[in-house]
Write a protein that binds this ligand. Structure first.
Ligand SMILES: *Cc1c(COP(=O)(O)O)cnc(C)c1O
Ligand code: SF4
Length: 465
């Protein structure tokens, strides 16, 4: 630790990452989830050495110093990360489908002594040495969000719920983003669909929603609700609440995981969100926040303060994680995440199988791995705090419980799902990443005829024909 922080009772353990490498932590260390990182950990980054707690806990400082783009990131890593790592990242940036954007908070939580294996680094900073060959079945919008969109920025796939995308920016850009077709600025490899903040476009979505009586539940996603002006939180929230058919709203933001300071220092935003939640409660309608923590290291004492604040205001928070190789794809890490979310009163809702997104194959796992982790996590804590492990079926089948496949061939890596209430009669295929398959099968995927044959066999085995 660079400095001592008298205010933090857990100082003595504050720079110890939770031990997740040694198997049976649940038995060895049953209280690991309660030990949150505290202290002025950011001062270990040379560029933030002089930054006071007051500055660091201020969301405006975090936003102003968000590491937007390669050059700034390079400057900060200089003298901090091993030079070979910096070279590796420079090459990684050139190949990545997402622009790079990280908050100083997240940057400071990375273990710079070993950035190659750090779970936060892995999610936000691409490096060339870990990139893995794309599966031939990958497409840019694998979930077909655009083809299920009746108006721009509104995906209506399920009967009673829809996904509204009011904007296309986030406080950070995750390498693994499913919406890399739209989110963030154009990169060398992808030109984005634009979904700008635009109340006129929103109005078209609202008119569609109010004219669809079966729609009850709107996910306001993006993009990220953190990046909506406080006025817009209220405009959108109140406009939807006043529709008689709408019963439930969820505001999605990764912000709680990447910049918890906003809850502690942006009074206007928090008050606007609280007014929408309170108004909903008055009308007997549910308004909640959905957030996105992926690793136990992302939950600190600052997160705890922010989440306590939301809890005191009666704002329910649910979490959706993405299962990622090298981040949270071992049972103990996932169990610790789930326990720690419970500790800070966040409800673990989903763990998603990584979508089939281009350019981030190193992050995908097999369906088998997902199933094994699910098996381990169930039983670790309260059933209502146990997330559902799902695959968002490529091609628009929606979310399916990972174990519920009609057929799964671990050798070819093909799993086949059906979704009787979403797209009756259709079959949806998920493909494990090539790096999880044997060499001969990996080669087979590059041969058009063998590829067709493997897919046809899987559909047969699933009873599709
Ligand atoms: C995930 C999703 C929803 C919400 O689904 P839940 O299972 O209720 O969380 C709604 N619409 C679309 C298009 C989605 O992808
Ligand atoms: S916060 Fe969500 S929408 Fe934004 S880049 Fe990350 S995964 Fe994508």
């Amino acid at each position: 630790m660079a400095t001592a922080d008298k205010m933090t009772p857990s100082e003595s353990i504050s720079d110890t990452s939770p031990s997740t490498e040694s198997g049976e932590w649940i038995h060895d260390d049953p209280l690991a989830h309660r030990r949150l990182r505290g202290g002025e950990f950011w001062r270990e980054v040379p560029a933030f050495e002089e930054v006071t707690q007051e500055e660091f806990h201020d969301y405006k400082w975090q936003m102003k110093n968000s590491l937007y783009g390669e050059r700034r990131l390079m400057e900060l890593m200089d003298g901090l990360a091993p030079p070979e790592f910096i070279e590796d990242a420079k090459k990684g940036f050139a190949l990545a489908p997402m622009a790079v954007r990280v908050t100083p908070y997240l940057f400071s939580l990375i273990n710079w002594d070993d950035p190659w294996t750090d779970p936060i680094r892995t999610q936000f900073i691409p490096i060339a040495s870990r990139l893995s060959e794309d599966h031939p079945m990958l497409t840019l919008d694998s979930l077909h969000e655009q083809s299920d969109a009746p108006v721009d920025g509104l995906t209506h796939r399920y009967s009673d719920k829809a996904l509204f995308l009011p904007l296309d920016t986030c406080p950070v850009y995750c390498r693994f983003c499913t919406r890399s077709y739209a989110i963030g600025i154009d990169t060398d490899t992808v030109e984005k669909v634009k979904l700008r903040v635009n109340p006129k476009r929103w109005e078209e979505a609202f008119e569609y929603i109010e004219n669809c009586p079966q729609l009850e539940d709107i996910v306001i996603s993006g993009g990220d609700a953190y990046n909506l002006a406080f006025k817009h939180i209220e405009t959108i929230g109140m406009r939807l609440l006043e529709m008689p058919n709408i019963r439930r709203l969820r505001f999605a933001t990764k912000g709680l995981a990447v910049m918890p300071m906003k809850i502690l220092s942006d009074r206007r935003w928090l008050d606007a969100m609280t007014r929408v939640v309170d108004q909903g409660r008055q009308m007997h309608k549910q308004v909640v926040i959905h957030t996105h923590f992926n690793h136990p290291n992302e939950i600190t004492e600052i997160s705890l303060r922010a989440l306590d604040t939301l809890f005191e205001r009666g704002i329910l928070v649910r979490n959706q994680s993405v299962l990622q190789r090298g981040v949270n794809d071992d049972p103990e890490t996932m169990a610790l995440l789930v326990k720690r979310l419970g500790e800070v009163n966040v409800h673990p809702y989903y763990v998603y199988q990584h979508d089939m997104v281009q350019g981030v194959e190193d992050l995908r796992t097999s369906v088998h791995t997902n199933g094994e982790i699910e098996k381990y996590v169930r039983g670790v804590t309260a059933g209502f705090n146990t997330p559902t492990f799902v695959v968002d079926a490529p091609g628009g089948g929606g979310k399916r419980a990972v174990h519920s496949y009609e057929h799964y061939n671990r050798e070819t890596g093909i799993s086949v799902y059906t979704a009787p209430s979403v797209k009756p009669g259709e079959h949806f295929l998920y493909f494990d990443p090539l790096h999880s398959l044997d060499d001969d099968i990996r080669e087979a995927w590059k041969d058009e005829d063998k590829k067709e044959q493997m897919i046809a066999d899987a559909l047969d085995a699933a009873g599709a024909n």
